[in-house]
Design a protein around this ligand. Structure first.
Ligand code: DWN
Length: 395
């Protein structure tokens, strides 16, 4: 039974960047109430009312996983690590986006699953076998018929987007070879609690995982976790290594340690999430107070990175063009559009990060290091970044 611990109010679809702002488009804009609950039975943290996937994952999906050097390098490293550790012959990625992970494999060796047609077209044109469908038992059966068992199934920032775990794990069981491994990674609830990064909650993130919750969810399946690790990507992610219960892999020491740390952090206790919720309310107030103070001193503030995460912040804190003049983003298909819900214009860094800017809110705070290295001139001439993680402050 899920118990609500946080209400982030009326929120739009984070992938719905608007081409123009007029009565017609804003009237059609879809909103829902974003509240988050904790299930004390399986320790799972989930959004309470999941939006129809077809409203979110469509042929205009805006996010490009290869949009940062950090992620391109991260996917190259994990591809190398998985090939070295498991020596898979046949691989498959669930949620291949623009191919940033699969491009590290031989085209004949890997199959891409990507429901967003505009993204599936990219990898298909590059010669990868790409199924533009949602991962399901039916699709797994179709693939196994053509390829026998899959030795490595990988997925990044996708499983947390799928409300129906049973379908995902049953399909993995159909797809995996005898000693095949399923490796998936998603934003880590332990890092969200630690960093107060409440912006990791939005329509696409149906759930945020812990080792404790995924262990509970797998307990009544024929799968088991044999390893788990925390990575720094996306502000803190958890990577699970899963295999068939009768497979050769044994639980690692680091996984046992992580389980102990999660209990220490109280990820199995409702009060941990209630305390987090109180910090989120404080974070909202502190951010608004800071922006009001800067605007009172006639400072120009923009936002850096038209992230899905920052849509949660701007709609929860009611931050629009009264505070943020515009957002800059390197993704061409976001430029010239407006952010969901608060309709802040988006432009390119070349146009937007000019000498008139005093402060830039880090919408893409998860790439802080990459951005600071890239924007040395902005910092040198006195420009400053604002962040809300782990606390609201001018960097
Ligand atoms: O789970 C998801 C994550 C992986 O990606 C998806 N559900 C949706 C999306 O969420 P996000 O938009 O919060 O992800 P990112 O990767 O934090 O988005 C970064 C944005 O910032 C991109 O639009 C690119 C942009 N960017 C930029 O303008 N300049 C990024 C960097 C590093 C830069 O220097």
């Amino acid at each position: 039974m899920k118990k609500i611990f946080l209400n982030l109010g009326r929120q739009p679809i984070t992938n719905s960047f608007l081409n123009k702002i007029d009565k017609k488009t804003t009237k059609k804009e879809f909103f829902y109430n974003l509240s988050i609950g904790f299930d004390k039975k399986n320790f799972l943290v989930s959004i309470m009312n999941y939006v129809n996937p077809k409203k979110m994952f469509n042929s205009k999906y805006a996010h490009r996983a290869s949009s940062s050097k950090t992620m391109r390098k991260s996917f190259q490293q994990i591809a190398f690590k998985l090939k070295k550790r498991f020596k898979p012959k046949k691989c498959l990625e669930i949620g291949s986006n623009d191919g940033v992970f699969i491009k590290n494999f031989n085209k004949k060796q890997i199959i891409a699953i990507e429901p967003c047609a505009n993204l599936a077209k990219i990898t298909r044109l590059e010669g990868f076998t790409t199924y533009s469908e949602f991962w399901s038992k039916q699709l797994a059966k179709k693939i196994v018929k053509l390829n026998c068992g899959i030795d490595l199934i990988y997925s990044a920032n996708t499983i947390s987007h799928i409300p129906n775990f049973k379908e995902v794990f049953d399909a993995v069981l159909i797809g995996l070879s005898k000693n095949g491994v399923f490796v998936f990674e998603d934003p880590y609830i332990g890092s969200v609690i630690q960093n107060n990064s409440y912006d990791q909650f939005y329509d696409e993130h149906a759930h945020l995982f812990s080792l404790l919750s995924i262990s509970k969810l797998l307990s009544n399946t024929n799968l088991k976790i044999f390893d788990a690790e925390i990575t720094q990507t996306h502000g803190g992610s958890i990577r699970f290594y899963i295999c068939r219960k009768n497979s050769k892999f044994r639980e690692t020491k680091s996984m046992k340690l992580l389980r102990f740390k999660e209990i220490q952090q109280g990820l199995n206790k409702f009060k941990t999430y209630k305390n987090f919720s109180n910090r989120v309310k404080g974070s909202k107030q502190n951010l608004l107070n800071l922006l009001k103070k800067l605007k009172k001193n006639d400072k120009k503030i923009i936002s850096y990175g038209a992230t899905y995460k920052s849509t949660t912040i701007f709609n929860y804190c009611n931050i629009g063009t009264d505070f943020i003049d515009y957002v800059i983003d390197t993704t061409p298909n976001k430029q010239g559009k407006f952010t969901p819900g608060k309709h802040i214009p988006i432009t390119s860094p070349e146009k937007g990060l000019n000498n008139s800017v005093d402060y830039a809110f880090l919408g893409a705070w998860n790439f802080k290091r990459e951005i600071e290295l890239k924007e040395k001139n902005f910092l040198r001439r006195g420009g400053k970044f604002i962040t809300h993680v782990p606390s609201v402050r001018i960097i």
